[in-house]
Design a protein around this ligand. Structure first.
Ligand SMILES: [Zn+2]
Ligand SMILES: [Zn+2]
Length: 117
């Protein structure tokens, strides 16, 4: 009788370890950050080469795509300011309920949600 398939060893720093196995060790977190930066830079290069890819002046173009155009730059600045205010307010404000939290972040999409958690 053959033994069943052995469980795959977890390779830290990979998308599988972070996404599927939810490992949050230093190596996996660093790997995730590196992948996010890489994706962001790829998208930014694509939208710079072909600005018709996104609707400019939206949080999606400004934040997810990092579009550097004049319409998107102020939006990204506003989002960053909102982050900073949120960070500053943390611990002094009443904590938000999960639904309030969700409503605040929902307009910006899933990716933005991940980036601020
Ligand atoms: Zn890990
Ligand atoms: Zn733009």
């Amino acid at each position: 009788m053959r033994p069943g398939p052995k469980p795959q060893p977890l390779v830290h720093g990979t998308a599988v370890a972070y996404g599927k196995h939810k490992c949050r060790c230093d190596v996996c977190r660093a790997g995730n950050t590196r992948r996010k930066i890489q994706q962001y830079q790829d998208r930014r290069a694509r939208v710079t080469a072909d600005p018709s890819l996104v609707t400019h002046g939206t949080p999606n173009a400004a934040n997810t795509w990092g579009c550097p155009c004049d319409q998107c730059r102020p939006i990204r600045a506003a989002i960053e300011l909102a982050h900073a205010n949120r960070r500053r307010g943390r611990g002094t404000d009443e904590p938000l309920t999960p639904m309030q939290r969700y409503k605040r972040i929902a307009p910006f999409g899933r990716e933005w949600l991940d980036s601020v958690q």
